[in-house]
Design a protein. Sequence first.
Length: 683
Amino acid sequence: MRLIRTIHSCPPRYAQNLIEKIVQRYSVDGLEKPDVELHSGDYINLKPSYCMSHDNTWPIALKFLQLQSEKLYDANQIVNTIDHDVQNKSEANLQKYDNMRKLAGRLGSHFYPAGRGIGHQIMIEEGFAFPYRLAVASDSHSPIYGGVGCLGVSVVRSDAACIWATGRTWWRIPPVAKVELKGQLPRGLSGKDVIIALCGIFKKDEVLNHAIEFTGEGVGSLSIDDRLSIANMCTEWGALAGLFPVDRRTVEYYRGRLGDVEASHPRINKESVSQVESRMATMVGDVDASYNKTLQIDLSRLTHYVAGPNSVKVMECADKLSRQEIAVNKAYLISCTNSRLSDLQNAAEVFKRSGRQVASGVQFYLAAASSIVQRQAELDGSWKVLVDAGAIVLPSGCGPCIGLGMGLLKEGEVGVSSSNRNFKGRMGDVKARAYLSSPAVVAASAILGKIGTPEEVFGEPREISGDLSGDLSAECVENAKSGMPPQPKMPPQGEVIEGFPERIQGRIVFCNNDNINTDGIYPGKYTYNENITRQEMGEIVMENYDTEFTKIAQAGDILVSGYNFGSGSSREQAAVALLAKGIPLVVAGSFSNIFCRNAINNVLLTLDVPELVEYLKEKYKGDARLTIRSDLKLTWDIRDGVVDISENDKVVFSKKVNALGRIVQEIAVQGGLEGWIRNEIAR
């Protein structure tokens, strides 16, 4: 595959951080030219060690087959799991799952059926996600692999089809932020408390579209399960990856795993674990490596935290929320974030030590991360404690976390969950309230019938922390640019390739909100319904954000929104549904990177113009409407690189913008990434 590359040749030599070193190993550029060092900002030809897909395997397969590919480029590279809609026993869904099984058998890829577990957990248990590797998945929570020192990167469906056909895809190495964990995590707390604190304190897009390296003395106090939880929710924090260092605890974790797998296991064996141990001294970031910014937090100052309602950026001490007497209708011990063995043990300990049951009127749902985890919990007694206390068992899979199956929140209900995402409408009705917390707090809340803490159940309340911003000794420092490698040059201004329009115009539809996520753009309940037509997608777009959107917006309008647009899930339909509505361009203060990938791959143009967002926020200050169809016309002159806003034919705002990259134009002219791949294969 041919890609436009912007890479730094040596000399001069620039130090690399750990993320750049791992990328070096899995970039075709780095493999073909060892003397070329890769750094943040470089466009690369990425060849991951493994590529996982779950229930979206069938849509990926259809894209793959449309590329006229007869076989996988590397069957061993492809992992297929079934985990999202496993409660759905309809004939159509079961047929889809059977088609996936048969396809995997025909193509020779790895396949794990419904009930085996959540795909990310399988990737870790089966050693696909392994220290110092780079693994991708067509799911937004791929960063979880960073908990075991594997760089996890999310790709979208079109990217996955590209990897199936060619073994690789395009990627741009993101800026890297270093997060220093100081102190030791107090007893009774978990990684979930850490990541909720990070999301709640650093909530102004400090790490948006960054890759994160976790460092510091505090790392050693975190179990592997803690690290996996933190890395998993780096997605909700806005980051593209979250990588922990490989240390003695990592090696001990895998030595323990040797007793759980066959001696002949192809990926987890004595030899592979010994190789990890031998690389620990050299596979570390250089002492003079560059980072875009550094964040610090003191783990020793943490307590139990709860995120919500309906936002991971709204965080409060569980003790304080307990005083508000927030009644709970449903509690969930589920998801790839927090349903591993230690999570089940922590929750079971709350029930066992207190001798109490799930409160009357509360439904407590339980699903293990995998069949292996459930078997382990059954053997050590944790599973029985939870079931005897009143837990409602669900099959191992995603289920309520993605808004599928039984146990969803109804209008007006309150839920507290150990999962990763509590966006409005994701776990049920848009008028429900969803909170996130650790397994121990979920268990305590199920017992108390309100949001509360284990210490409250035991009659041993913790001392409530003071002001969070100062009490946690947290800070974010932007690093000096002088120490950064030279950034790649932008394409020359004014370049417009043949077949691409020189000008885009449309009336502005303003959605005056930040953090509009993919659940808001395209509700999860439609995600795995493959029978929805493109026209129907245009009729339900933005439904969870504003039910009036499709009545207000018209084809040809240009959508302008706030910051971090398209955060959350990697669902491709979020971009496609906007196109189906006739929206050719989305302008925002900033975007989630994974939304931009979907947009580029499907020819929905995106443009960052924060100054325009601020102009519109001021213009419509006090206007309570979620969607405003303005009288303003936006004109983007691609050749001149200028965005003009006019009202009554008079320009009221003008801004010079970055050049539109040639690779984006090439993909658009080819009708999307699939057409571009087909053209590359033909070449």
